[in-house]
Design a protein around this ligand. Structure first.
Ligand SMILES: [Zn+2]
Length: 390
């Protein structure tokens, strides 16, 4: 069955190559068999089995969230409150979530995960990545990934999130576990391997070893890089041919040059800087150097507990000085690039019919009306999965 969505005030299509924001006004779009079959001027639209009137509102590609940690138990609201009262953030807070996650049953972990996935979908995220990293034992990492694989194909093995307490005096032993038996148990469930390359987590040599082992097991690399201070993460990511270097808050000129000369996307996570009261990444510096930039939520219980891509877009515009067009591109096509996906993040013929109808006439309202729920309806694979087009 085909569906015509017509009377679209602004249809954000994005141009895949060369990359950039693109939009049509007075537009229409036809969905057929889960794919975009036609886009163009409403007056020229072909007939379809079903007709949806967008009433002058905007339609965007579904958001692509390339960085999220959704498999966990417990919460850290008190830690957030303490941080807002002046206690600094450190990577060690992850350990509290690790203890709660290990203690939780599969039903509790899976229930939390599905609730967060539904929350994302209702806010227009039609593709999302999901990491492990709160189990940190062979069994708990493998079951985290098996659960993640039930809700998304973009599953990331992050055994190298932090060294767990039982390996405190033997970090090398933990890296051996991550590269050996844990990887063997996890690789069948995952597409990606990730490492938190940061002071207090894993250094450059450890990160290289973990990414190399992951690649040998058929996983593709991505890296948590340069979040809490300057460091080797970006260089390690570029050397490894990572799809994405994520955070990029503290960059040297050579980091920026390396990203610009590579196929590695810089994924910025402004919700983290908001929630930890850290300086924001320098998005303009990256964009002006020609780096491909994505925006993602980094939804996790410690440093950023939001599933709202519109909120992240608003931060990117207000606090990282991205234009509304750049921010929306980064949250759609940029995220697709960070996941090396060519079927999502744009709305051209052949794209997967993942789209968002806003209760607003243009994409700019996502930043112009911060905090207001503007997502009227969400289609994934051509099927209306949240909200209503009425
Ligand atoms: Zn993260």
């Amino acid at each position: 069955m085909s569906t015509l969505i017509t009377n679209i005030g602004e249809l954000v299509t994005n141009a895949p190559r060369p990359a950039g924001f693109a939009a049509l006004s007075d537009a229409a779009l036809v969905i057929d068999d889960g794919r975009v079959a036609w886009t163009g001027r409403a007056a020229e639209a072909p007939a379809a089995d079903e007709r949806v009137d967008a009433a002058g509102r905007a339609v965007l590609p579904g958001f692509v969230d390339s960085h999220a940690h959704l498999v966990f138990a417990g919460e850290r609201g008190a830690e957030f409150a303490a941080r807002m009262a002046g206690v600094p953030y450190s990577a060690g807070g992850i350990r509290g979530t690790v203890a709660a996650t290990r203690a939780a049953g599969d039903a509790e972990l899976g229930g939390n995960l599905r609730a967060l996935a539904a929350e994302m979908l209702a806010q227009g995220i039609t593709t999302f990545e999901c990491k492990s990293g709160y189990g940190l034992t062979v069994t708990d990492e493998a079951r985290s990934l098996a659960l993640a694989a039930q809700v998304t194909p973009e599953v990331t093995y992050l055994g190298a999130h932090v060294v767990p307490p039982e390996f405190e005096s033997d970090p090398a032993g933990y890296v051996d576990l991550v590269c050996g038996p844990m990887l063997d148990a996890c690789a069948p469930h995952a597409r990606w391997v990730d490492v938190f390359c940061e002071r207090g987590a894993f250094d450059a040599d450890q990160a290289r070893a973990i990414l190399t082992a992951g690649r040998a097991a058929g996983l593709q690399p991505r890296v948590h890089a340069n979040q809490l201070g300057p460091g080797p993460g970006v260089q390690v990511a570029v050397e490894a041919g990572a799809a994405s270097a994520d955070h990029c808050t503290y960059l040297s000129d050579s980091d920026v040059d390396a990203l610009a000369a590579s196929g590695t996307v810089a994924t910025l996570l402004p919700g983290v800087e908001f929630s930890t009261r850290q300086p924001y990444p320098e998005a303009r510096r990256l964009l002006e150097a020609g780096v491909s930039v994505a925006i993602a939520t980094d939804c996790n219980p410690g440093s950023c507990f939001t599933t709202s891509m519109p909120f992240c877009i608003a931060l990117a515009v207000r606090d990282m000085r991205m234009t509304t067009r750049e921010a929306v591109w980064a949250a759609t096509a940029g995220g697709a690039g960070a996941l090396r996906r060519d079927d999502v993040g744009y709305l051209g013929t052949g794209a997967r019919a993942d789209l968002v109808l806003l209760n607003a006439p243009s994409h700019a309202y996502l930043a112009y009306r911060p905090g207001v729920p503007l997502i009227a309806a969400v289609w994934r694979g051509g099927r209306l999965v949240a909200g209503s087009a009425a």
